[in-house]
Write a protein that binds this ligand. Structure first.
Ligand SMILES: [Zn+2]
Length: 434
């Protein structure tokens, strides 16, 4: 049986088999890496100078990290595509770009026909498969279909699977809602924020989405679908099961939501993952990483425009304890916990926006929220701005007490009128720094 098939089988592994599979995965990773790096040394200007041949995990551990600022600087120096290209330009068939949501200039990223087929296959065989999407489904993608790769890879992955695939590009929220009902959509793909926005509009139009044929929602772009309270709210609103997914334009689709809802499994058959604890050097056993820290990843199927030991800036808690869903892949518990630079320190307590979201979403009277952050005399001051249902302001005191109890810190809460805060179709900005 191919390794990928064994790793993804759903039955419980016999005792000790997990270790054998891990060894096989390591062997498979090293073989793909070794061939790929040789190719980069021969013809990739960006990486030829940075890398050396890799024949062992020790060789791998001596490779330098790649950072986003390096890639941005490279594209600025050699416009428009930079030098991280392994083949002549005529071999590339697609161009996408990052959202530029973190304030940096968007990165352009090219794919060859082979690497694009790799994206489609991972979506079909891992992300949709784990959620239980099949060729019998009608998949609706409520995205704008701009240059962001996530829209297109999710769309084509669904087609690759054989499902009836439908775009909601350039439709209003009301038109999308009509389409979902009229076309008998069974799977909705969008950001978690947008799923909630659609549900809000449905509720005000008297449409009962829970009674619609939508049975699964698959999410990308934001961490919300791994936040228990947000996931529960989406599942309740649609009467459907909700699945997370992780990925990055520079890297590819890295993980799929575990059916147990405990987190995201990282697809180690297609990537090498490492965990960098608190900015320290990774441990020598980097080949079987676990624990909490920044996720570092190397893709194994995109040699035309690769990233090697890429610092994602995402914080994960990686577990290899084995998962009750039967997958042997490591589990990022709770999905992506936050961005390294998103962490707030409030009166000495470290907290991530996702922890706040998990508490706020338990209160139906709160429609949307934003974390307003100021730095005053070396102290982080945080105010939670809440859109509250008219006449339901009592929730402010209740929520404030709950935040204090669960996070151990006092957070000021302030109400604004419904409809005041933005709801993005992609990567909603919930932390505003002043
Ligand atoms: Zn699992």
């Amino acid at each position: 049986m191919p390794i990928a098939a064994r790793v993804f089988r759903r039955s419980c592994p016999p005792r000790g088999e997990g270790a054998i599979i891990l060894d096989q995965v390591r062997e498979h990773q090293l073989a793909r890496l070794s061939v790929g790096i040789d190719e980069l040394l021969a013809s990739n200007r960006f990486y030829a100078e940075r890398l050396h041949a890799v024949r062992s995990w020790d060789d791998f551990a001596r490779l330098p990290f790649t950072t986003k600022p390096e890639l941005v600087a490279d594209q600025a120096a050699v416009p428009p595509f930079g030098t991280n290209l392994t083949y002549p330009l005529e071999q590339y068939v697609r161009l996408h770009q990052t959202s530029g949501s973190s304030g940096s200039r968007p990165l352009r990223w090219l794919d060859t026909a082979d690497s694009w087929a790799w994206w489609r296959r991972i979506w079909a065989e891992h992300i949709y498969a784990a959620a239980g999407v099949s060729a019998r489904d009608r998949v609706f993608l409520a995205f704008s279909f701009g240059p962001f790769v996530g829209f297109w890879s999710a769309f084509e992955g669904s087609e690759h699977l054989g499902a009836l695939t439908m775009t909601g590009g350039s439709m209003t929220t009301e038109q999308r809602l009509d389409a979902i009902i009229e076309l008998g959509v069974t799977v909705l793909v969008c950001t978690p924020t947008y799923a909630l926005r659609l549900a809000e509009v449905a509720a005000s139009a008297g449409v009962d989405l829970a009674a619609s044929p939508v049975r699964l929602t698959v999410h990308a772009g934001e961490a919300g679908a791994s936040i228990p309270a947000t996931r529960a709210l989406i599942e309740r609103s649609y009467g459907a099961r909700c699945f997370d997914h992780t990925g990055m334009s520079e890297l590819g689709p890295t993980g799929f939501g575990c059916p147990t809802g405990l987190g995201v499994h990282l697809i180690e058959t297609e990537f090498i993952f490492e965990v960098l604890p608190d900015g320290a050097a990774p441990l020598p056993e980097a080949t079987a990483p676990a624990g909490r820290g920044e996720l570092v990843a190397t893709n194994l199927g995109r040699w035309g425009s690769p990233v090697v030991r890429y610092r994602t800036g995402d914080v994960v808690e990686l577990s290899r304890a084995g998962c009750s869903c039967g997958s042997d892949l490591p589990l990022a518990v709770g999905g992506i916990l936050g961005r390294v630079d998103d962490m707030l320190t409030v009166r000495g307590v470290n907290l991530y926006p996702a922890q706040v979201e998990d508490i706020v979403r338990r209160y139906p009277d709160v429609l949307e929220f934003q974390i307003s952050h100021r730095r005053e005399r070396h102290m982080d001051e945080v105010t939670l701005v809440l859109e509250v249902e008219a006449g339901r302001y009592a929730v402010l005191d209740v929520l404030s007490a709950e935040l204090r109890k669960l996070l151990g810190v006092r957070v000021d809460c302030r109400a604004v009128d419904p409809g005041t805060l933005p709801r993005g179709e992609l990567k909603s900005r919930r932390v505003v720094r002043h």
